[in-house]
Design a protein around this ligand. Structure first.
Ligand SMILES: Nc1ncnc2c1ncn2[C@@H]1O[C@H](COP(=O)(O)OP(=O)(O)OP(=O)(O)O)[C@@H](O)[C@H]1O
Ligand SMILES: [Mg+2]
Length: 198
């Protein structure tokens, strides 16, 4: 990312944060195919993933999953989760999983990289917080990404939750109602990853 792009990203993030604080952030829901959105986000990151020696694995049950949500916000959440996963994956594969029922949809991003310790788990959604500030000189940004992602999820009456262990990777689970305005009724993906055992 060039310096001008970086500056624009920062400005956009700061403006968004101000809109949340002023309670003027509004949802602009549209109907769209969530699977296509995920596929596009993965494709756009494939080059960076390749450079990092990481594969993003996504094998959805179906190619079409219609939801009604603010596509700009959902895309921003997904891109941040994927970017974070690629940055921390330690060249190990990243798995994306989608589960849904009539009311809810859940998207999980699981990496098997450096992981997150118990103290950091309490802070990852804080504004400007980064476990390793020096990383920003390479690819990471300002530490606003996850704080905005959480506010974007909650604006949808949804949730964004995190699991992590040092050296065992991280697992971020986003749950949204399939129709904007509804509330979520379930957790379709368990936060502790299936592939994890002590
Ligand atoms: N998958 C992950 N594995 C390990 N640590 C993570 C992971 N995702 C996020 N983190 C930690 O949480 C911090 C905050 O993430 P966040 O997305 O908010 O900020 P960022 O990626 O540093 O910058 P930005 O997203 O604003 O460009 C990261 O800097 C990193 O320390
Ligand atoms: Mg980020």
């Amino acid at each position: 990312m060039g310096n001008i792009d970086r500056f624009e990203r920062l400005l956009e993030d700061l403006l968004e944060v101000s809109r949340f604080d002023a309670e003027v952030a509004v949802l602009e829901p549209v109907d769209f195919n969530l699977i296509s959105l995920i596929n596009r986000s993965i494709e756009d990151l494939e080059l960076v993933a390749k450079e990092n020696g990481t594969k993003i694995i996504f094998t959805p049950y179906s190619e079409d999953l219609q939801i009604n949500a603010d596509i700009r916000r959902v895309e921003r959440i997904l891109r941040n989760l994927l970017n974070n996963a690629v940055d921390h994956a330690d060249s190990k594969p990243i798995n994306i999983n989608v589960e849904y029922n009539d009311n809810d949809v859940a998207v999980a991003v699981r990496d098997h990289g450096v992981g997150i310790d118990a103290n950091s788990l309490l802070r990852v959604f804080d504004r400007f917080w980064r476990a390793d500030p020096s990383r920003s000189r390479i690819r990471g940004g300002t530490g606003l990404g996850l704080s905005i992602a959480l506010e974007d999820a909650r604006l949808h009456n949804g949730e964004l939750e995190v699991w992590g262990r040092p050296g065992q990777g991280a697992h971020f689970v986003l749950t949204l109602p399939r129709i904007a305005g509804n509330t979520i009724e379930s957790r379709l993906i368990r936060l502790e990853p299936k592939d994890y055992s002590l």
